[in-house]
Design a binder for this molecule. Sequence first.
Ligand code: FES
Length: 597
Amino acid sequence: MPNDDHRDERDLNGSPSGPDATRAAKDAGPFRSAEWFAREGKYGFIPRSWMKSQGFGPELFDGRPVIGICNTWSELTSCNRHLRELAEHVKRGILMAGGFPLEFPVMSLGEPLMRPTTMMFRNLVAMDVEETIRANPIDGVVLLAGCDKTTPALLMGAASCDIPSILVSGGPMLNGRFRGRELGSGTDVFRLDEEYRTGQMTREELGDAEAAMSRSAGSCMTMGTASTMAQLGEAMGIALPMNGSIPAADSRRAVLAERSGARIVELVKQGITISQILTRAAFENGVKANGAIGGSTNAVVHLLALAGRLGVEFSLEDWDTLGRNVPTLVDLKPSGRFLMEEFFDAGGLPVVMRRISEKLRLEAPVVEGGTIGQRIANAVSYDDEVIRTRDNPLTEEGGIMVLKGNLAPNGAIIKPSAATPRLMQHRGKAVVFKDADDFRTRIDDPDLDVDADSILVLQNVGPRGYPGMPEIGSMALPKKLLTQGVTDMVRISDARMSGTAYGTVLLHVAPESAIGGPLGLVRSGDMIRIDAAGRSLELEVSEAELATRRAAWVQPAAAHDRGYGKLFIDHVTQADKGADFDFLAGKSGTPPSKVSF
Ligand code: FES
């Protein structure tokens, strides 16, 4: 039996708690919140009095750190529906350590319901988080996130304030089970949809599968974007060990939440802010961990945006160079076979990171104190089928590849572990769809001029074009090819794809077609050459012909002329910069602000 199970008390416990911590916290300070609660006269009376109206006793205003619990709970975000309950465990940890917890809501982003795409609102939530923290007496923050965009949004907002922060994820939902087989969130939806479209499954059977796939609170239990971002939070040290993989329904998730609550009090006392954890070394570890877990392509834009908030030098090219020669070891859907419950049981991320430890920046700090190297030093695998060994990887090249060429001057990305190897070097005839509606209208047309070697090209679905670069880059294959047994084709767009999707899919083409990028100049019948090994993506059309097309190109009308939609279109950056707002780059901290009464 292994004697160093990293899920035991020692390793999950990142900090002292109880009386010692309480005493230490009370002795520290003064904290930022003292500007509100420690003031004399009416300036202190008003904030204290109105807070006491909630039943808070006077001892909570004795100078102890105020910890915000930033909650993305919402009944519109089913993945995060348990976060109200989880917040109570965080509060208990904060109180045990001598802090004063104050929970606050921010806008939530639920993938299954929001239109046109949650990505359009990630930056809005980040602004909500940033401004709420800055405007209130908050000394440190626990970020409660789960569904895909909630994690990067909360980290970005906290990063802009640069206060002590800890991420607590909601955890993955239980594995889906349907008629004796496992169903993976998202990943198996694509397969079930193909079975239904080709008549292998009835509508009633599909309805039964709907109820069997998502059977508990928590985020998608494949290695989709939510799992990826939770894992990367752990890999980058801003969350406690095992944050990414303990199932939502497992009591150990509540224990982790409690310990995170205790730990944030210590971080405030020590003055350790988010930028001291999320250093360049953390981003390097994030890229490498993403390759080893077979993580989502969405991590690319999220980490680029987060780095931009922190002022960390980190580029799209880093994704390619740092990710080279990182094998994918985690055999989870969509790249592999298993689901998050098995990953947790197998030992989770510390095992993965230990197995690629020579590639990591082991000196990177972590929120529980010490370094990532110390955290993972004794991690033990309990299942080498789920977390493979270095001599038996799922794929040798797990990192995100960045391809450039005349079709994508500023880059396009592909996830090799989800692609078909023979299609990574490919030349084919373009079948172009001018937007998402055009695609939906024509893809199943029996007369569509397409074969298995064709390359599907989707235009005007980028950050400004759609807007919000939705997850439609993994276009469904034409029905007539599916019935012939075709399972993958090369697909190119300026959109994103779901972290649960798979296929030989080139994404995030920059600059996007809607602002005049070359993708918008492609016509059906053009030849396109992909050389993933050589990192090139070329449209085999002469420069003279492209110049003619460019001169005739008409920019599509913007989808919004007022409100948040217009703000988004006017200020969103391209995918290679993280699709953040141009005016939000760089952290501005929490400088003292004016008192209005
Ligand atoms: Fe919420 Fe997948 S839909 S995590």
